[in-house]
Design a protein around this ligand. Sequence first.
Ligand code: ATP
Length: 364
Amino acid sequence: MAELTLGNVTKRFDDVVAVDDVSIEIDDGEFLVLVGPSGCGKSTTLRMIAGLETISDGRIAIDGDVVNDAPAQQRDIAMVFQSYALYPHMTVRENMRFGLEESTTLEKAEMDSRVEDAAETLEIDDLLERKPGELSGGQQQRVALGRAIVRDPAVFLMDEPLSNLDAKLRSGMRTELQRLQEELGVTTVYVTHDQTEAMTMSDRIAILDGGELQQVATPLECYHRPTNRFVAGFIGEPSMNFFDVSLEDGRLVDSDIEFEYPLSSVVRDSVGETTELVLGIRPEDVELLDARETAHDFPVVVDVVEPMGNENNLLVRFPDTDTESTFNVIVDGMCHVEAGKRYVIRIPESAIHVFDRETGAALH
Ligand code: ATP
């Protein structure tokens, strides 16, 4: 068990800055998920922690010891890859033991018992004599996990370990991995681009974009209090809706669609003097009502209704305007909504987000 520190870590590949001055303190036993779009620097960050990539600047420390120059084998870290990386000619038992073979301190009996304990924890004890080719994808993934567990490392690093599994298996393995990590209490850094994994498995999420750290916080904080427009759009599915608006006399105004939204003094105070803004509202926070216009409700037309069972995903637009753009609204699955019909939407002030249009910073 260990604390893991990334202090101003930077990685340059010639003129590409893959990771740009990233600092994160990961607590002992914490499950941290690194997320972000393709190319944002997730894998490079993980590979630097593992010692598979050199660091251009900054420091990485495990329990206070700087490991920048320590070779991968000396870092007390076990990594699980997307590809499983199992040896096809070895049995499950041999694959799991392999990482222990080079240990000079472990007795053979101790190695055997670690393999058997891990196999039992992962419920693959009846597969120990099989070869990887005789296993399903999910079983192979367990063997790959088993190989990491037997080493009893200070830190687990996982690079999209579930992405080769089908959706149902993935969801089962998510819960299992989370339970396992909690049980073992090993500090874990888990890379994914799947935000459901990020939201459901992590103690905290670290969100990267263009090599820069955008926010490190609990899943709920990222969802409710994103630090900027990027995080707000990245966390949540379907994404938050954004509207370019101006602040005029205490109201948010989009003159193209004659949209006016009066702000309470609390929101006005947090928005301050900036006038070029972006209004953000999550699809699940928009209320859809039968058409009846009042001062604060906006007429809309529902273009598309996607019934998902528990909820309906709607694509909605403002009618009688030049704007063609649509936005997302989610309503309860029991709510009957007709495509082509007019409704009104209501946007509760408690659910709005306001961003500086130029910097993207969250103002409210
Ligand atoms: P993905 O989700 O697609 O795996 P990622 O977030 O893991 O992406 P990285 O693989 O860390 O992203 O890559 C970050 C940036 O660094 C990208 O622009 C990538 O092209 C660049 N990069 C990564 N490895 C190298 C390399 N060995 N040489 C040059 N550039 C690299």
